[in-house]
Design a protein around this ligand. Structure first.
Ligand SMILES: Cc1ncc(COP(=O)(O)O)c(C=O)c1O
Length: 458
């Protein structure tokens, strides 16, 4: 079996599965030849720049197709999915903004040159200082709850504010297949729970009392939420906006932020559902949202980046235990944290390459793909049928462009790996360093290395 064999057969967007696999294989080969991965750099991340650009363009086209001409639409990429400044800058070139959920993510968006008018701040625990900074910059803010709204009240009354301000609701339409990513359950910690007793009336009043509150926000959840359920949450939010505008006798709510959350198919190279399919599902479920009366904000993360990234890890040792072959690689819980700790929710495809970066062939055997962390459960795949991996080979973890380069787990003080972007040219594959690997000096420094005696002196 080659890595092409693990791809699906149906066509995807913007490249078909076969084309996507071919591009990936070319990049792996070139990464080996150019010395980006090897004994000294045993794990790296790769990002396909052309694919990222195409996904961003595809998202914009998908919503242009369903919205009335002239409708303001901001696609704010969820920075948590890929907290890498060059990626944010690339997406900004493609017309996207940023959704940020912490001061760190806000700093990254600004470092990428994203103007405050294209940044949206959401998070369930914004401090007064964070709110003050966002309002001073003119960044859009979605308040999470009544207490936070009261803090914004106080800030709005002390200084002029240009930020678009909104309120997050939890439409309570239910969860998907991954509980931890289901944000519209009855008891979710996010937003104002729309169906709780008295909540709807409180929400209408909150908007009537605040002429500067002009947006409603909902994010129904992420991976594992069916598009139809996401659309139901958006419809509930839209209906509330209509009710508020009716009560106000004017267009008090001018924009709806419909969040992100489109699931990714981790089982093959086929893109499904696509942004286009989701936009059409939305238009069918909530036609009034697209007739030009409301501006739109979206906050997609995973669906924009996941399929365009690959983790490439060297097999350090190939061993056998209880007759089970195990490839011990340099990619484990430190970067595939969710996959290791919740393998059923986050399975990854693995492709096998030889030491030269060529798709590995030969008899397929069931084997475990282990990581470098010092605990027994550090496996990124169990019993996976692949050509038998040997030391020096490479294991590629596919579809790792979102949430794998931003969810680093510092266990065992393993360094964050380098991430390289690549493009194919007529002369081969060209790479650009997106993020260098973390150095040992940096690990020591962030671990109190400049104060070894700190505890001795108290
Ligand atoms: C408020 C908000 N918006 C957007 C996203 C991005 O979701 P996804 O990457 O699934 O598109 C998240 C994910 O946690 C979120 O909490």
């Amino acid at each position: 079996m080659t890595s092409s064999d693990i791809t699906g057969a149906a066509g995807g967007e913007p490249y078909g599965p076969t084309e996507t696999a071919a591009r990936r294989e070319q990049a792996v080969r070139a990464a080996v030849r150019q010395g980006l991965v090897g004994p000294a750099d045993p794990v790296i991340g790769l990002l396909d720049v052309a694919d990222i650009r195409a996904s961003a363009a595809g998202l914009r086209a998908a919503f242009e197709e369903v919205t009335a001409p002239g409708t303001p639409v901001l696609h704010a990429f969820a920075v948590k999915a890929a907290s890498l400044v060059p990626v944010l800058a690339l997406l900004a070139d493609e017309g996207l903004g940023c959704e940020v959920a912490s001061p760190g993510e806000l700093a990254l968006a600004r470092a990428a040159g994203v103007p405050p008018s294209r940044i949206v701040l959401d998070s369930p625990a914004k401090s007064v200082a964070e709110l003050r900074e966002a309002l001073a910059l003119g960044v859009a803010v979605n308040a999470d709850n009544a207490e936070e709204l009261a803090r914004i009240d106080a800030l709005v009354h002390t200084a002029p504010v240009t930020s678009p301000l909104g309120l997050r609701v939890n439409p309570q339409v239910g969860g998907g297949t991954i509980e931890a990513l289901s944000t519209a359950t009855e008891t979710s910690k996010f937003g104002v729970p729309l169906r709780d007793e008295g909540a709807r009336a409180w929400l209408v009043r909150a908007f009537l009392d605040r002429p500067w509150l002009t947006r409603l926000h909902a994010h129904v959840g992420s991976q594992g939420i069916p598009p139809e359920l996401m659309a139901r949450g958006v419809r509930e939010t839209y209906e509330l906006a209509e009710e508020i505008n009716d009560a106000a006798g004017q267009r008090r709510i001018t924009a709806l932020d419909i969040g992100g959350g489109l699931s990714v198919n981790f089982a093959s190279d086929r893109e499904h559902p696509t942004h286009r399919e989701y936009a059409r599902t939305l238009r069918h479920a909530v036609p009034g949202l697209f007739d030009g009366r409301y501006g739109l904000v979206t906050e997609f993360g995973r669906s924009l980046l996941a399929r365009h990234g690959t983790v490439l890890a060297r097999v350090e040792y190939a061993k056998t235990a209880g007759s089970r072959p195990i490839a011990v690689t340099h990619a484990g819980a430190q970067l595939a944290t969710r996959t290791v700790f919740a393998p059923d929710a986050w399975p990854l495809r693995v492709a096998a390459f030889d030491a030269e970066g060529r798709p590995k062939t030969g008899p397929v055997v069931e084997q475990d793909i282990a990581g470098p962390c010092c605990f027994a459960g550090d496996l990124v795949a169990r019993g996976r049928p692949l050509p038998r991996l040997e030391s020096g080979d490479l294991a590629a973890l596919l579809d790792t462009g979102a949430y794998y380069f931003s969810n680093h787990f510092a266990y065992n003080s393993l360094p964050r790996p380098a991430v390289h972007g690549f493009v194919r040219t007529s002369r081969g594959v060209r790479f650009a360093l997106v993020r260098p690997a973390q150095t040992l000096d940096e690990i020591v420094a962030e671990s109190g290395g400049d104060r070894p005696g700190a505890l001795r002196s108290i």
